[in-house]
Design a protein around this ligand. Structure first.
Ligand code: RRO
Length: 310
C-alpha cells in the first residue's frame, strides 16, 4: 500500500503533517517534525514582528477535542525565513511556511522576503486566525480576502495555498470558491482552521477554562470533524483544478480516510499531535495503510474524493 501524495507537484512520502500552530514554533519542535514519520512539516504562522501571544492558560484539551486562544505567538517571519534558508531540501519531506500578516501590508512584506529568497518551500497564507483581539478573521470578509489574493497571488507567482476558516452555509461555499477560482496560482486550500470563539466552562468552579478573551477560543479536534469534512468536500467539488488539504478531527487512520474520501490530498493533525506528540505520525501511517489494505485500495488516488451520496 502506498500512502504517498503530492501537493502542487511536490511529493510527500505520506499524506500526514502538522497543522500550523502545533509543534512548529521553535526550531527544536520543527526538528522533531523532521525526525518524525510525517510526510511534510509546516511552521507556526508568522507575523512581521515576534509575538508573545495571549496570556495562559490558553490551550486546554476537552472531552471531545480542545479549545485554544494562543494569539499568534511566533518568532517573527525572519526566524522562519532563516529556518527555510537552512532547511535541507534534499530530504524527501517538503517544508511549508505559514504566514499570517496582521495587515495586508505586513503580508506583502513577508511574501516579498520569501519570494526574494527563492526557496523550494510552499507558502500557506493564513486567512483565519480567530484569536487576535480586535482582528476579525479575513476569511469571513470575502471582499477583503479577494483583495488580499489580488495583491498576494501575483507577488508569489509560484503555486501557494491559503488556510481557510470553517464555513457553515452553502452560499458561503459558493462565494469563497468563486473568489479562489480567480487566482490560478492558488493551488491548495487548507480546510479548516479551528471553529472560532467557542466557550468552555468548568461546571464546578463556574469559570471559563482559558484566560484570553473572557474564555473564548478556537474549537478543534473530534468535535469539528464533521464541519471539517463538509468544508473539504464543498471546496473539492467546487474547485476541481485546486487541491484540498484536510484538517480537523483526525485522531486515527479512520478520520484521515474520511478526509481523503471527501477529497483531501493531504491531512494535517492539530489537537491529536498536541496530545500525543510527533509519535502520532507513525501510528497514523500504519492505521491508514491497514484501512486501505482491508478495503483493497493501493493508493490514495484509488479513493480520494470518491464519496458516495444517497
Ligand atoms: O495563534 C493562534 O491563536 C491561532 C491561529 Br494564528 C490560527 O490560525 N488558528 C488558531 O486556532 N489559533
Amino acid at each position: 500500500v502506498d500512502i504517498s501524495t503530492s501537493i502542487s507537484g511536490t511529493t510527500l512520502p505520506n499524506v500526514f503533517f502538522n497543522a500550523s500552530g502545533v509543534w512548529c514554533q521553535h526550531e527544536d519542535e520543527l526538528q522533531a517534525m523532521v525526525e518524525s514519520h510525517s510526510g511534510a512539516l509546516i511552521t507556526k504562522s508568522a507575523t512581521l514582528a515576534p509575538r508573545q501571544g495571549n496570556p495562559s492558560p490558553r490551550y486546554l484539551p476537552l472531552p471531545l477535542g480542545s479549545i485554544s486562544s494562543m494569539g499568534l505567538p511566533n518568532e517573527g517571519y525572519e526566524y522562519y525565513l532563516r529556518y527555510a534558508c537552512s532547511f535541507n531540501y534534499s530530504r524527501t519531506k517538503p517544508l511549508f511556511i505559514s504566514l499570517s500578516g496582521l495587515s495586508l501590508g505586513d503580508s506583502v512584506k513577508m511574501v516579498e522576503a520569501f519570494v526574494a529568497a527563492d526557496l523550494p518551500c510552499m507558502l500557506e497564507i493564513n486567512f483565519s486566525c480567530p484569536n487576535v483581539p480586535g482582528k476579525p478573521q479575513l476569511g469571513y470578509d470575502f471582499e477583503a480576502m479577494d483583495a488580499a489574493l489580488a495583491t498576494l497571488a501575483p507577488l508569489i507567482k509560484k503555486p501557494f495555498g491559503i488556510k481557510l476558516p470553517p464555513f457553515f452555509d452553502i452560499a458561503h461555499f459558493d462565494l469563497v470558491a468563486a473568489v479562489c477560482q480567480k487566482y490560478s496560482n492558488l493551488a491548495f486550500l487548507t480546510c479548516v482552521n479551528s471553529i472560532g470563539n467557542g466557550l468552555a466552562i468548568d461546571f464546578e468552579t463556574e469559570t471559563a477554562l482559558i484566560k484570553p478573551k473572557d474564555g473564548y477560543g478556537g474549537l478543534s479536534g473530534a468535535m469539528i470533524l464533521n464541519t471539517a469534512l463538509a468544508n473539504v468536500n464543498a471546496f473539492y467539488r467546487r474547485l476541481p483544478d485546486k487541491q484540498i488539504i484536510g484538517v480537523g478531527g483526525v485522531a486515527s487512520g479512520k478520520e484521515a480516510f474520511l478526509h481523503i474520501l471527501a477529497g483531501a490530498s493531504a491531512v494535517q493533525i492539530g489537537t491529536q499531535l498536541m496530545e500525543e506528540g510527533p509519535a502520532v505520525f507513525e501510528r497514523l501511517n500504519k492505521e491508514l495503510a491497514e484501512i486501505m489494505a482491508a478495503k483493497g485500495y493501493n493508493t490514495i488516488e484509488d479513493f480520494r474524493g470518491r464519496l458516495k451520496t444517497l
